[in-house]
Design a protein around this ligand. Sequence first.
Ligand code: A2P
Length: 270
Amino acid sequence: MTLPLPASALADQAPDGLFVETVTSVTHYTDRLFRFRTTRPGSFRFRSGEFAMIGLLAEGKPLYRAYSIASPAWADELEFFSIKVPDGPLTSRLQQIRPGDGLLLRKKATGTLVLDALTPGRRLYMFSTGTGIAPFASLIRDPQTYETFEEVILTHTCREVGELQYGFDVVRETLADPLVGDYARGKLRHYATVTREDYARRGRITDLMASGALFADLGVPPLDPTVDRGMICGSLAMLQDTRALLLAAGLSEGANSAPSTFVTERAFAE
Ligand code: A2P
């Protein structure tokens, strides 16, 4: 198996028309999850919440996957949050990257988990499971999120407690950040739950919504389409089940071309 190449070697071998970026830091959270950051090309533009195609050379050929950009649109570096799939064609290689290695980045970012795809409202829910937190890690670090909404509720559900750590780190960094901290303080709320280990809050977010526990815990009224907006990112099954609850509450699904009261996107899968 080919290992990641230093950025200069990758730049020599990469096809034209791509960015070749340099990895600046890598943090392994669990044996299934890691975060990494890269340099950002000066001309690479995106909206907070969008995804990009990133990749490596595998046996000499470029291999890409769609990854949500976890850093906000204003940041100097790009951040990504990834699973490690043991036999995954990309992630089995990507989990070996180290600072100084190169990463391929296609020139265009896109996606539906953007503020522009929602109609005006007061309270924004971001429902995530697993690596589905990545686009929200971008949006909670964007001051525009707090200019658009009075209250921002980030829910993150994982199988195990250790998988919640990235979310805790990003929320802490957000509140301490000189640029966005003042916007986020008093508005950003983090609701973390676990399904397969003992933890203070247990259960799938869908069950916690259906039982009313989520709203009781937060001290907010049940979902109301006149004030509440939603974004959902997780597995296909999680999207379906969460979507059904939002539809039942009277919200409707939107897109960039037709903004509405909630939007969905599948979390990274290999
Ligand atoms: P559970 O442990 O009960 O399956 P995964 O890694 O499989 O994507 O799961 C991440 C988290 O999402 C887990 O806590 C899992 O709960 C939860 N989850 C899986 N499927 C659904 C679903 N259909 N609706 C809500 N949460 C789900």
